[in-house]
Design a protein around this ligand. Sequence first.
Ligand code: ADP
Length: 150
Amino acid sequence: MSRIAVFPGSFDPFTNGHYDVVQRGLKIFDEVIIGLGINPNKTRYFDSKLMEEKIVEAFKGNSKVSVKTYSGLTAEFARENQAKYILRGLRNTTDFEYENTISQINRDLFEGLETVFLITSPEYAAVSSSVIREVHKFGKSPDKYLPYKL
Ligand code: ADP
């Protein structure tokens, strides 16, 4: 049976740090579905349609990676996609505090749904979507932090 993982996130924008988590996730899973979560109560900086296109571009030619947008519960999204695993990245203790509670709830909602965490590669530890939004907002190109050209 193939091991399918979903990699959920806001990806506003999708960064080299996210790309690295997916590439390393492929050593563990047969397939990774990137789930671009849409929260109707939150305004995005980068349009979700544009971001979906850019992620597709970044993984072009890799049949083991796909991208889907979703709204609602991540556990439900995983269930709909026959994924028994959630893939997440950890940079620091702040990430850990957040991920700790959310992974327990997800396993509660969908029995057996396991979250697998990959510790950030040191070269991407400082790469965050929020910092990239700031760089972009103030007119600098964030391209070196992204696996595609904006
Ligand atoms: P969310 O809004 O759900 O936190 P993000 O798009 O910010 O989504 O991040 C998605 C996942 O990627 C999270 O698990 C986050 O910790 C992880 N992540 C973000 N940046 C990095 C990075 N540079 N290295 C490793 N993991 C990262």
